[in-house]
Write a protein that binds this ligand. Structure first.
Ligand code: NZQ
Ligand code: ZN
Length: 401
């Protein structure tokens, strides 16, 4: 088969495509200086804004000033809450909800990466419910939420165009996602210039996270729907090409622009359309971040290739060869192509300076059982490409030691 021709998807194994409803509510302003749309966009949704930022990068690199001067020009009142940490914590959310209530805020503007955006989403519905954490625990249905806008400063999570929010209860050592269409941002300003200051390590974590999001949806039992798979392959090739360019040359606009749009496209539901998706590696990783507070993308870079190794067997082989041929340009014996595709994935992460073992980031075997127990307490099994039980989870963790 020619390298550019996608490998045919035989329906010998796997599920048929599902019906789907797709509602992409977020307005995207993409490109240089799109911040000029901020004032008019905000006035469509709110009259008093909470400008939410992380620990300091938005101020350090001038993004905060650009944002607030746009608001000032339009005479839009705003208050500030800075200091959201990576892997945002419940107590930060509760403080934000207090500010929103005390100040009469009706719109939240998240200026940052996934952590700031996810925190904004939690605050957006948190003011309408008695116990915000209970909603994460129970995956409860969110009825009401303030509108949110996003100024994205880091390409990674896709939170800028999806309804997900992940927060950490530091006391309980739990990190849990929630999903609701009501949490989708009203708009997101994606100016790649805002990401040139992202340090190399964070750039690499972001790339690993984007790549992992694509793998979670690509490695699927749904075998007869080409459209999302071919888009996913294009996104992976984009990361494989432009990721190292951004890593080596952080100021390269084309590289930053490609990463930015790939991050959004990887988790805005488009490549999940009609498909059953997996998400086991994300379950595995969220425990690591909860226990060790490591960056999400770092945990995924370690774990996802081990997950690939673990789930490769005769029934799953076909999808691995498709991945090897269409993404990595490999040819030959299917079993060899499958194994080589996993090696290529690991090599790609290595080339971005990402770690491949727990020990290299200070994680021992101390909590492996406990973390696996936490996962199966929440849902008996994880993964839908391959269903994993507690003993599988422990084995994958042990592979990573
Ligand atoms: O806090 P500041 O000072 O802003 O610094 C941040 C932070 O230290 C820095 N940074 C951001 N923009 C920068 C910058 N540094 C220099 N220049 C800039 N322009 O980068 C660091 C990491 O930021 P963070 O927001 O934590 O990173 P990311 O975007 O990777 O978000 C990670 C969080 O999102 C969750 C993760 O679990 C984690 O909590 N996820 C959210 C998802 C979603 N909502 O759909 C899906 C993901 O799978 C993920 O779980
Ligand atoms: Zn992720």
């Amino acid at each position: 088969m020619h390298c550019d021709e996608p490998k045919d998807v035989e329906s010998t194994r796997g599920d048929r495509m599902d019906n789907f409803i797709l509602n992409l509510t977020t307005t995207i302003y993409f490109g240089k200086n799109q911040i000029e749309h901020l004032g008019p966009a905000v006035t469509l949704y709110g009259s008093k804004v909470l400008v939410l930022t992380g620990k300091g990068s938005a101020k350090k690199y001038g993004i905060f000033d650009e944002v607030t001067s746009q608001l000032d020009e339009r005479h839009i009142p705003w208050v500030e809450y800075s200091g959201i940490t990576p892997n945002p914590r419940l107590k930060e959310i509760l403080k934000g909800i207090e500010i929103i209530k005390a100040e009469g805020v009706d719109f939240i503007l998240a200026v940052g990466g996934g952590s700031v955006i996810d925190a904004a989403k939690a605050m957006a519905f948190g003011g309408y419910v008695d116990d915000v954490w209970e909603y994460y625990l129970k995956g409860a249905d969110i009825q009401e939420a303030l509108p949110i806008g996003v100024i994205l400063t880091l390409s990674a999570t896709g939170s800028e165009m999806n309804g997900n929010s992940v927060i950490t209860n530091e006391r309980l050592k739990q990190k849990i996602p929630i999903h609701s269409p009501r949490l989708k941002p009203a708009f997101a300003i994606l100016d790649p210039q805002y990401t040139v200051s992202v340090p190399r390590d964070q750039t690499a974590y972001g790339i690993a996270d984007i790549f992992s999001h694509i793998l979670e949806q690509y490695f699927s039992p749904t075998s007869d729907f080409w459209v999302p798979d071919r888009i996913a392959e294009g996104l992976m090739k984009t990361l494989i090409y432009w990721g190292p360019v951004a890593y080596e040359n952080p100021k390269n606009y084309e590289a930053r622009a490609n990463l930015m749009w790939a991050s959004t496209m990887a988790l805005n539901e488009i490549i999940a359309t009609g498909k059953t998706t997996d998400w086991a590696s994300h379950h595995l990783e969220h425990e690591l971040s909860a226990y060790y507070d490591i960056p999400h993308g770092q945990g995924l870079a370690i774990l996802h290739p081990y997950w690939l190794e673990y789930v490769l067997d005769e029934p799953t082989l076909h999808r691995f060869t498709m991945y090897g041929e269409n993404v990595w340009g490999l040819h030959g014996d299917p079993g060899k192509v499958a194994k080589a595709s996993i090696r290529e994935t690991r090599k790609f992460f290595d080339s971005l300076g990402l770690p491949s073992t727990f020990s290299s980031v200070g994680i021992s075997d101390e909590y492996l059982e406990e973390m696996a127990d936490n996962i199966v307490k929440r849902s008996k099994t994880i993964g839908r490409f391959k269903v994993l039980h507690k003993e599988d989870i422990v084995k994958i963790y042990e592979m990573a030691l």
